[in-house]
Design a protein. Structure first.
Length: 316
């Protein structure tokens, strides 16, 4: 780590008023050990990726994404396929990747940990989807991608309320969605690791998960999920029952979730999702907590890799 760009979202998380002071402390720590570092503030949605691409062109060997999973997701798009390392400094409302890497502490402590981190190459997930204009686009992801209610949930979040209420808003909106959503079915064609032929199912929610620990109550949401695997750990909800969704969430909270034919855990190489014939409702897609678009969707492991800074005590 010789030349570093810290890219931060000034409005990310609940404690955004003290954001610049946290960034200045992180810069001071890097300067103390002789690292050339600069802080770059995002200025619009998607600008974190632009700033990361510019940092790569200037010769930075490391980019620290200082924010939540959304900031990390934007920076990731410009680093996949390069040798520039990605470091995560938790400053957002949702910091799932940071939690998975054992970076739950203050930004200053996270930066000190990253100074002793190991750069490790990992495969990334890739999701192709349809945007509002009907154009097919794709994004890389490290945490998870989802199709169904979780993406609809993200579409309903108010950014200003999110900054004010944090996880409280997540709970409110999740309950509202659970109580009012119809959970429409769509078609998913899985290519499992043990078979070359796709298996087609009617499902209401799909989650493709790449990390073990989301932090908080989602400590081990999808057993067996890990960045080290060149495959997808999928949870497929083959039900429209609100009671089944509620029961599953409660078992996750207490760490005793079990899977069945109704809510299935499986390993796959890829999955394609499309609307069931006659369905009028839009079904949304997301990746790393960022709303992307809608069906049709394809999720797989990308042939490219990213270099991620892993603290010595992390178990990703």
């Amino acid at each position: 780590m010789r030349r570093v760009a810290l890219i931060y979202n000034p409005a990310s998380g609940q404690h955004y008023r003290g954001r610049r002071a946290s960034i200045d402390k992180a810069l001071a720590i890097l300067h103390e050990v002789g690292v050339e570092a600069e802080a770059l503030e995002t200025y619009a949605p998607g600008s974190a990726g632009v700033l990361a691409a510019e940092a790569v062109q200037r010769g930075c060997d490391t980019v620290l994404a200082c924010g939540g999973d959304g900031t990390v997701h934007e920076v990731l798009q410009s680093l996949v396929g390069t040798t520039v390392a990605l470091g995560v400094v938790p400053l957002g409302t949702a910091n799932a990747l940071a939690a998975n890497l054992g970076l739950r502490s203050t930004p200053s402590k996270a930066v000190r940990k990253l100074l002793t981190a190991n750069p490790v190459r990992f495969s990334v997930g890739q999701i192709s989807y349809q945007d509002k204009a009907g154009t097919t686009r794709s994004r890389y992801f490290t945490v998870a991608a989802g199709v169904g209610p979780d993406a609809l949930f993200l579409s309903r979040l108010d950014p200003s309320l999110k900054r004010r209420l944090g996880y409280v808003l997540y709970i409110i909106e999740a309950f509202r969605l659970w109580a009012t959503h119809s959970f429409p079915l769509f078609e998913a064609a899985f290519v499992e690791r043990a078979s070359d032929k796709p298996r087609v199912e009617q499902i209401s929610q799909l989650l493709a998960i790449r990390i073990r620990d989301f932090g908080g109550v989602l400590h081990n949401f999808a057993p067996g999920a890990t960045l080290h695997k060149n495959g997808l750990r999928l949870i497929a909800f083959k039900t429209r029952s609100r009671l089944s969704y509620f029961r599953f969430l409660m078992t996750v909270i207490v760490g005793r979730q079990t899977f069945s034919r109704e809510i299935e855990l499986l390993d796959a190489i890829s999955v394609e999702c499309r609307l069931t014939s006659g369905t009028a409702q839009r079904v949304f897609a997301e990746a790393d907590g960022e709303l992307l678009g809608n069906l049709p969707v394809r999720i797989e492991i990308a042939p490219q890799e990213v270099t991620l800074l892993i603290p010595p005590d992390a178990r990703p």
